[in-house]
Design a protein around this ligand. Sequence first.
Ligand SMILES: [Zn+2]
Length: 380
Amino acid sequence: MSTTTTEQLIAPHGGELVDRTGERPDDLDSLEVVTLTSRELSDLDMLASGALSPLDGFMGQDDYERVLEEMHLANGLPWALPVCLAVDDEPAGARVALADEAGRKVAVLDVMEMYTYIKEAEADRCFRTTDEEHPGVARLYAQKDKYLAGRVTVFERAERPFPELALDPAETRAQFAERGWKRVVGFQTRNPIHRAHEYLTKVALETVDGLLVHPLVGDTKGDDVPADVRIECYRVLLSDYYPSNRVLLAAFPAAMRYAGPREAIWHAICRKNYGCSHFIVGRDHAGVGSYYGTYDAQLIFDEFEPHELDIEPMFFEHSFYCKTCGSMASAKTCPHDAEHHVFLSGTKVRELLANGEIPPTEFTRPEVAEVLIEAYRQES
Ligand SMILES: [Zn+2]
């Protein structure tokens, strides 16, 4: 791959793709060990790969406070969510080893500073609520009381649940360049793709060169469809209904925060690092329960100057199959009442699948339904 081809893709956030992978240091055994939660490990791996460019480590206080209050880093670049490492005490040395919960050392951190933070303030700014029932708030309230900041060097990459789909930003960029794509739309998902989302990815694809289907495979809440089932759904859908030379399926290693609007911005910036020039933002992106308004995750993009984010959001409304139009549509394109539309509630869909019944093909592709039915069958 020559650099001239990748230069035609959108530049990473801040201009350069960060690479914080490195060698296992000789003094590793003498370092104090800080244990990371699985969410912090996801962040660490994304720091290593450059998915969180321009960050090269866990955030210091200047960045943290500016992100909370103004959605920008101290250097002025847009950024929406803290990327922080919570600890109890300040380590004695200038360097610490970072380990997973099993005790496996994976990285070192050069200590820049440790600072206290106010959990309620972070919850209020990032999640727009201090309600402990919110899964992101609950996680925040349960974590340790101080943040340890500093640049990281990762010598042991995280285990990848789907190795063939584990593409770092440099790798997705290389694939896009190889295929001659310049304008690429990223699609974040943590659910099986039914007809509605198939429709909006295809509407988006009509205007660009390629589509990155980028399911999140880090931690999600317990009642979301497990990643392995979702991946199988994506595979059957893509192989039967999308042109293979226009779509790339890769795993997005982030953990869900359920921060709604701010997470939509954060997701978009990460996808820019993966080489996407466009990013799909649907209804209630990264939402949970009824904490966010249906289109809050779209409206938040207005809080940035035009072109400040560089990546272009593509906003979509709720879509459905309209029997009278004879096609997929949305309120923007279909003049007919709800009785003309094929609508099934999430509860109804789960009920059908759990009973081994295939929902209408206007709602979901039968191949996808079969994967889900099989997953329900094995569960019971
Ligand atoms: Zn219609």
